[in-house]
Structures are given as C-alpha cells and as structure tokens.
Design a protein around this ligand. Structure first.
Ligand code: ADP
Ligand code: MG
Length: 327
C-alpha cells in the first residue's frame, strides 16, 4: 500500500502547486465560502503548505477514511464516473499526498451538537496520531516535508520562487473559476492574493489584476441547451498585459484546453494585433454528459464530446462580444 501510494503520488503530485490544487479543490467540493492558502519557504524550497477552509468538515471516521486510497465521498456508483460532479481525483489525492509528506489535518464537521474536532497526523502514509481537538468548523491541512521519501521527485523541484509562482498561478486560476469563494494566498507571512466572494467575475478580476484591467473587459454571456458561458474578454491594448494566458474553467474547474483557446483566438479574428494574445476569462458550465475533465489529472486537459460544435459557439460568442463592444 505504501509503495502504491508513492507510485501514484508521482502521477498526481508533481510539485507543491499540485498539492495546493488538490487541497483547494477539496475545499471547493466541501462547500467552502473561504479558502486560505499559506506557503512557507526558505532557500531550500517550500517547506510548508497549509490550506484552511470553512467547508463541511469531516467527522472522525470520515477523516481517517479520507486518507485511504479510493476513499471518496464523491462517487455513489460507477455510473457517476460518467457524469462527475466534481473534479476530485476519485479518492487518490489525499492518500497520495500523505504517502510522500507529513500531513497534519484538523477537521470539524458543521454540526449543531458539541462533538469535538479531529486531529490526524500521517507521515509517509503511516498514521502517527488520531485525537480529539477543539477546532472551528471546516478543515485545515498542513503539509510538511514534501517528497522526503522520494528524493528523485524532490530533486526535480525548481527554485522556491519558481515553485511559488506555480502555486500563485494555481490559486489565481482557482479564484477566477470560483468568484463565489473568498481566496487568500500568503507567502512567508505576506499577502500575495486576496479575493472577496462575489457573484461578479469582473470583481474577482479586479482583486487579482487591478481595477484598471477589469474596467476594460467586455462581458461575454451565452447560452445553449447544453452550455452556459460567462466571462470577460478584451481587445488587447497598450495598458493590458500581453500575457499568453487565456483562462478557462469548465464547471468551476480551471482547465487547459488547446482547442477552446484556439476557438477564442479565432473569435478575435482580425481584431487581434499580430504580436498580441487575447485577454479572456471564460467560465463554461457544460452538461456533465459531454465533458470528461479527468483525462489527465495534473495537466487538466479536457475531453469534450461535440467539441467542434462547442468551439464554434465559443468563437461566435467572443466575436459578437468584441464587435458589440458593450462594457
Ligand atoms: P476525492 O476528492 O476524489 O474524493 P481526495 O483524496 O481528494 O479524493 O479526498 C478524499 C475525501 O476526503 C473526499 O471525498 C472528501 O470526502 C474528504 N475531504 C478531503 N478534503 C476535504 C475537505 N477540505 N473538507 C471536507 N472533506 C474533505
Ligand atoms: Mg480531491
């Protein structure tokens, strides 16, 4: 079991940013309204990752079970695999992380009775402690000594600045995909990102990139029988950053999609100056039957049925938005 966890961890957990992504996605799945990520690093790299949420929390039994491979509360039967509600890793992430680090979880279920919280300490997959503890509702997970028992993986890590920038990017994308959740990211005690929950993506963009950028964005809005698209885009101008990033989320999960990025670019047509990239944030809500987001766990490449049709809709929508120019 320990070996399996180590091997699996290599697949799922590439670097600190992948840990952050898995933990934050669990917080989102747990209905958190607020997610705080705290990173500690020194010259040797990132030595602390802490994710604190105010989600449902877990009782003692579920908390212990959550570290077992294939323990997931998110699949009730096999047919659910075909219409995943969440993008969880089908019960692999926590087991994998705990196999290659020291994890301290403190969790308390949101209940009206006075049952205490639970503290669990696991190192390299070995359970060191399970005890009662006073705790606020929700879950806090602390990861230390990442890759302590997988030296090859550890050697592959880049400088702490590079690793933190991956973490920053991951949290940024998660925040943009979930405007309804407040996010905070701290690095060595300094606040690096903070959003406040809103129903308006533009506000989230303003929190992350500043109001000047948010003000130049046009609202993208579209609806088909199987898809709802909400987002923002802009014709690049001098004072908009020329970033390579088109940020796309599907069903509130940040994804990479070459084909959708291409579709967005096509929507710009001749409005896109030669040396510029599109500026676009799209949240796409798709009928779960036509999306498989679990093709590759870390790469987040999506597979869509009716892909051509969806690409066409997205291109047309972006084109219409840019041409109308309504702010
Ligand atoms: P998955 O997300 O695919 O279910 P994970 O290994 O990421 O697999 O998590 C295992 C289980 O642990 C989840 O299904 C969930 O029940 C529980 N869990 C993990 N993190 C949290 C959290 N922050 N709040 C509440 N429950 C959680
Ligand atoms: Mg998960």
């Amino acid at each position: 079991e320990a070996t399996i966890n180590k091997i699996a961890a290599g697949e799922v957990i590439e670097r600190p940013a992948s840990v952050v992504k898995e933990l934050v996605e669990n917080s989102i799945d747990a209905g958190a309204k607020s997610v705080k990520v705290d990173i500690g690093s020194d010259s040797k790299g990132i030595f602390r990752i802490r994710v604190v949420d105010d989600g449902t929390g877990m009782d003692r039994d579920s908390a212990v079970l959550s570290f077992t491979r294939h323990a997931t509360s998110k699949l009730s039967d096999i047919s659910d695999l075909l219409k995943l509600h969440t993008m969880g890793f089908r019960g692999e992430a926590l087991a994998s992380i705990a196999g290659v680090s020291k994890v301290t979880m403190i969790t308390k279920m949101q209940t009206i009775d006075v049952s205490p919280g639970t503290k669990i300490v696991i190192e390299g997959g070995d359970v060191l402690d399970v005890s009662d503890i006073g705790a606020p509702d929700g879950t806090s997970i602390l990861i230390e000594n990442l890759f302590f028992n997988t030296p090859a993986r550890k050697k592959f890590l880049k400088s702490r600045q590079t690793e933190f920038s991956h973490v920053h990017k991951a949290v940024q994308n998660l925040a943009l995909a979930n405007p309804g959740i407040s996010f905070q990211l701290n690095h060595n005690g300094k606040e690096k990102l903070a959003t406040i929950r809103t129903s308006n993506l533009k506000e989230t963009v303003a929190y992350i990139y500043g109001g000047e950028i948010a003000d130049q964005l046009l609202e993208v809005k579209g609806m088909t029988p199987y898809m709802k698209v909400e987002g923002l885009c802009a014709v690049p101008s001098k004072n908009l950053p020329n970033s390579r990033d088109i940020i796309i989320s599907i069903n509130n999960r940040s994804v990479n999609s070459v084909s959708l990025s291409r579709a967005i670019k096509r929507g710009y047509g001749t409005l896109l100056p030669k040396d510029r990239y599109p500026v676009a944030f799209l949240n796409i809500i798709l009928d779960k039957k036509i999306v498989d987001v679990n093709v590759h766990p870390t790469k987040r490449e999506v597979r869509l049925s009716r892909e051509k049709e969806i690409e066409g809709e997205i291109s047309a929508l972006v084109k219409k938005t840019l041409e109308s120019g309504d702010l």
